[in-house]
Design a protein around this ligand. Structure first.
Ligand code: CP
Ligand code: NVA
Length: 308
């Protein structure tokens, strides 16, 4: 059984294989007509359940479209409308769903929900974001960096703002793909010590630099994310904004990075909060390539999970 739960729990060769498959999927699709594309449908007859306990635009649409392009059918389920939201255990839900569907993609709150789903499901489970991680996003981000600049190994990535779930998956990727990561944000929002420990244990240089201008010096990639994640209470908003304003990615900050540096954001972005529109829409930004590559990367992930 191949679950795709987290980047640090997946073998490096498998991760690299998925990125390379995603690139092939992308270029084959770009060059093919509709008839040929439809003939290339290795998931024909399969059913993919897409469970969302939080809102989503990219994950929802890219998984749905990707599964259909591979020939599968999809079933979109909102957590609140399932018995999952009304007291049925995750374990029972996992066992029942496994009798109907061939893969389960779940976006949820607690990492434990994902883990329990995977433990009790007899079909592959894919992590579509938890409070603690967002591995599908970072697979697309690594793919995006490499299609613009070549191997990400040895590069300097700077994460600005909140050391959140997406940052954790970036740290896992730093360890697995061999790049360095500098975190720049306030102490109260430092990244997970386990994720930093994982990356360091694999030989990556992980640095905390409170001064954003210093942090981005020589950066090959600058990354921002929302200052308030979906699982954070709205009551934290004002304090977060005050704390994080010095970490906004703007033209002045990008000027300190390497001239060839790229800018990434997993989206949705709050324009002129964590990043200015000037940077988002500027020549260094690859945000829409990242969004597109979710589709190709996740098709590779689904194929890997289902062994086709
Ligand atoms: N980046 C990302 O996961 O976007 P959605 O929340 O829209 O799925
Ligand atoms: N950190 C954000 C990512 C959204 C894709 C969140 O969890 O809300």
């Amino acid at each position: 059984m191949k679950h795709f739960l987290d980047i640090h729990q997946t073998e490096v060769d498998d991760l690299k294989g998925m990125i390379s498959a995603a690139r092939k999927i992308k270029s084959a699709r770009d060059g093919k007509g509709r008839a040929e594309r439809d003939a290339d449908a290795p998931l024909t007859g399969k059913m993919v359940a897409l469970i969302f306990e939080k809102p989503s635009t990219r994950t929802r649409v890219s998984f749905d479209v990707g599964a259909r392009q591979l020939g599968a059918e999809t079933m979109l389920l909102s957590g609140a409308e399932m018995q999952l939201g009304h007291g049925e255990t995750i374990a029972d839900t996992a066992r029942v769903l496994s009798r109907y569907v061939d893969t389960i993609m779940i976006r949820t709150f607690e990492e434990n929900t994902l883990r329990e789903m995977a433990e009790y499901a007899s079909v592959p489970v894919i992590n579509g974001l938890t409070n603690e991680s967002h591995p599908c996003q970072i697979m697309a981000d690594v793919m995006t960096y490499e299609e613009h600049r070549g191997s990400i190994a040895g590069k300097k990535v700077v994460w600005t703002g909140d050391g959140n779930n997406v940052c954790t998956s970036f740290l896992h990727a730093a360890g697995q793909f061999g790049f360095d990561l500098t975190f720049s944000g306030p102490e109260t929002l430092d990244p997970s010590p386990e994720a930093m420990g994982f990356a360091r244990g694999k030989g990556s240089r992980v640095v905390i630099e409170r001064d954003a201008m210093k942090a981005v010096e020589g950066a090959d990639l600058v990354v921002a994310d929302t200052w308030l994640s979906m699982h954070d209470p709205q009551s934290a908003r004002e304090r977060r904004h005050n704390q994080l304003r010095p970490y906004q990615v703007n033209a002045e900050l990008m000027a300190e990075a390497d001239p060839d540096a790229l800018f990434m954001h997993c989206l949705p972005a709050h324009r002129n909060e964590e990043v200015t529109s000037e940077v988002m829409d500027g020549p260094q930004s690859v945000i829409f390539d990242e969004a597109e590559n979710r589709l190709h990367a996740q098709k590779a992930i689904m194929r890997w999970c289902m062994g086709v």
